[in-house]
Design a protein around this ligand. Structure first.
Ligand code: DC
Length: 247
């Protein structure tokens, strides 16, 4: 039997995520992977909110490291230097604000330049090793929704809930072009689509931790679904999964 306790009425959710009516007993790690524009960011944030869990956007960590490397004048292919900065950096993600070494980079990391630089930094094995270790620490005690490309395959291969979000290339490009958080970009769809395809190629073909679906992940195609529908579907999945664990 699934066991839930009364909802915490003090908790302020965002949007319709507030409709969630229970709290999971077992502190879960929920791993969400998928390409950009698949809807995983929106889902992860709202799911975490609905469950009272911490949301960790691991893509923001790669982006912040790329931003800081630029700021410090490091060459992005200077692997030991970039990995060293990733290891030393004070990184935080709270209430949707991303900071690195005291700089609020929430907006600055959502630009086409950082899209490209983050993908380059994410190809470096030493940087990945450092950030994966940091991500494991962040999720160690559970109650976390962690999103990225390798969460279910590398960071938390034993996560009890794994989702792989996807959508058609057209829909992913359209979402990215209309994303208000993604500043400074060209909104020309053709350009967005080709830049996204190049990044997908880089993320999927790198030798270390390429984007791939974990064998035990649930595949969720969000094409044609709005954010509320995706959240409702995934909450149902999570509760189903939690029922077998809490039982
Ligand atoms: O999800 P995003 O677009 O913000 O990710 C930025 C870059 O970092 C992107 O190229 C994919 C990469 N990334 C990764 O390699 N592993 C992760 N766990 C998260 C992101």
């Amino acid at each position: 039997m699934a066991r839930t306790v009364a909802p915490n009425s003090q908790r302020k959710g965002r949007g319709t995520a507030r409709c969630y009516t229970g709290r999971l007993l077992t502190p879960l790690i929920i791993a969400i992977d998928g390409p950009s524009g698949s809807g995983k960011g929106t889902l992860a944030r709202r799911l975490a909110d609905a469950l009272g869990y911490r949301h960790v956007d691991t893509g923001a960590m790669y982006r912040a490291v790329a931003w800081r490397a630029h700021q410090l004048g490091y060459a992005l292919d200077d692997e030991p230097a970039v990995a060293g900065l990733a290891a030393r950096a004070v990184l935080s993600q709270d209430d949707g604000r991303v900071t690195i070494d005291g700089h609020d980079v929430t907006r600055a990391i959502r630009t086409p330049d950082i899209d490209q630089s983050a993908a380059r930094v994410a190809r470096l094995p030493q940087v990945r090793a450092v950030l994966v270790a940091r991500q494991r620490e962040l999720g160690a005690s559970g109650r976390v929704v962690m999103e990225g490309r390798d969460i279910g395959t590398v960071v938390f291969p034993g996560a009890p809930v794994k989702l792989y979000l996807d959508a058609s290339a057209e829909e992913r490009a359209r979402r990215r072009a209309n994303d208000p958080a993604h500043s400074g970009g060209r909104t020309d769809m053709g350009h967005v689509k080709s830049a996204m395809a190049a990044r997908d190629e880089s993320d999927s073909t790198r030798t270390v931790a390429p984007l791939q679906m974990a064998v035990d992940a649930v595949y969720v195609d969000t094409t044609g679904w709005d954010a509320d529908a995706v959240l409702a579907k995934v909450l149902a999945l999570v509760r189903q999964r939690a029922a077998t664990i809490d039982d």
